[in-house]
Design a protein around this ligand. Structure first.
Ligand code: HEM
Length: 141
């Protein structure tokens, strides 16, 4: 369950995963590679932002927007009212783009692989899993 303790823990651990600008571009590359590898059809969604080249400035800017959105959501995990507002906004942005809900599972798989690579044994799988679900459930249809 993504309770108050789990929310604080994921916030703290996320800051270690995503805390410095140095790792942010790399985090994006790893995550998107893992998403596209799981289902190559997902890449087609990102034509507008040059999804064929994840190292292009257009795609890297897109990736920074997505991870920035995730950063906002995670930082609001201990502020449910503002989290709801942020998720409602992300929900509108995704519904209008018709993102299949199962694609959020691919995103989750990628994140659940990447985060422990940065956190090692400290990674709390249950907390991350349940708190990611809170965020994804607020965004997807
Ligand atoms: C927790 C998960 C996610 C977060 C926080 C998130 C966040 C964002 C943000 C902030 C934007 C930019 C919105 C804008 O400026 O218009 C965006 C755009 C987008 N997202 Fe997500 N996203 C998530 C998951 C996904 C997934 C799983 C997919 C599909 C595999 C997806 C597909 C897209 C697409 C296609 C765009 C628009 C790209 C463009 O600009 O053309 N997102 N997302």
């Amino acid at each position: 369950e993504c309770g108050p303790m789990q929310r604080l823990l994921v916030k703290t651990q996320w800051n270690k995963v995503y805390g410095t600008s140095k790792v942010r571009d790399e985090a994006g590359h790893v995550l998107w590679k893992a998403i596209f590898a799981q289902d190559p059809e997902t890449r087609a969604l990102f034509k507008r932002v040059n999804g064929d080249d994840i190292y292009s400035p257009e795609f890297m800017a897109h990736s920074a927007r997505v991870l920035g959105g995730l950063d906002i959501a995670i930082s609001l995990l201990d502020n449910q009212a503002d989290l709801d507002v942020a998720l409602a906004h992300l929900h509108v942005q995704h519904v209008e783009r018709h993102i299949p809900t199962r694609y959020f599972d691919l995103f989750k798989n990628a994140l659940m692989e990447y985060a422990p690579s940065a956190l090692g044994r400290c990674f709390d799988k249950t907390a991350w899993s349940s708190c990611f679900d809170v965020i994804a459930n607020g965004i997807k249809e």
